[in-house]
Design a protein around this ligand. Sequence first.
Ligand SMILES: NC(=O)c1ccc[n+]([C@@H]2O[C@H](COP(=O)([O-])OP(=O)(O)OC[C@H]3O[C@@H](n4cnc5c(N)ncnc54)[C@H](OP(=O)(O)O)[C@@H]3O)[C@@H](O)[C@H]2O)c1
Length: 277
Amino acid sequence: MTEHYVLSDGFQIPKVGLGTYQLKGVDGSRRIEQALNVGYRLLDSAFNYENEGTVGRAIRNSGVPRDQITFTSKLAGRHHDYQLAFEAIEESVMRSGLDYIDLYLIHWPNPKENKYVEAWRALIDAQRAGLVRSIGVCNFLPEHIQRLEDETGILPVINQVELHPYFNQAKQLEFDQANKIITQAWSPLGRQNASLNEAIITEISKRYNRSNAQIVLRWLLQLGALPIPKSGHILRQIENLSLFDFNLSAEEVALMSTLTREDGRNKDQNPAVYQEF
Ligand SMILES: NC(=O)c1ccc[n+]([C@@H]2O[C@H](COP(=O)([O-])OP(=O)(O)OC[C@H]3O[C@@H](n4cnc5c(N)ncnc54)[C@H](OP(=O)(O)O)[C@@H]3O)[C@@H](O)[C@H]2O)c1
């Protein structure tokens, strides 16, 4: 049902994943397990979402073989010191109740702190130690990624960034693609912002008899991105995964890309200055 991208480290990753922000506790775990049952094989979590245990439980309860699931977590900004980072990764693994994490990302570069290269060294060593399979980043600008390569020789396989119709990240996508980095799209539905009701999108959705959300997610796929929409509801979970039996034309993709805005970020979280701990 789902197609895959091949990461630059050789591993495959589903082209669509489930965001899990705010899915927590027993109820959250049940909703994530339901997503696994309808076909999701990529789950996005983070130390700071405080739900690695919730996701791990869903994975264990689902009956889906562990090696078919890509479980993602992220390093919090307060853990960029090498030792703190390594211990946080060990803690993430323990919280999940799993033996390893498939994909571990630095959550934010926090450039004023200037410790993201140190954090990256901890991810590299955690990968060597078998705690995590693939390593990457979130919210990294080209200059941040360049420094990782210059100072460690190792590029991330994923860069997860804010990406939706009001903020299409054309330059970042181009940079990531030139470096064989897959760009994951967070808030791919703009967290239900007004873009979902834009006339251009509604018009295209009528042509294909699809929802506006499906048109947005298909547009992201055709840009070469990997969306991770969050939904706790089964019908939307199925809807957000049902993207592989239709194609937008090049003109439609280009038209949707005109919706982007200079200030289109949902919450003005510009990684050049924004910091999160
Ligand atoms: N790396 C980072 O810094 C970062 C930052 C933000 C988010 N993320 C990750 O990205 C994931 C997704 O982003 P997000 O949660 O911010 O926003 P999103 O996926 O763009 O939007 C989620 C919202 O849209 C609703 N929704 C889902 N499917 C829908 C559909 N087909 N039609 C209409 N509404 C729909 C959901 O409601 P229901 O649940 O009620 O269906 C929820 O309110 C997060 O969960 C998290 O894993 C990462």
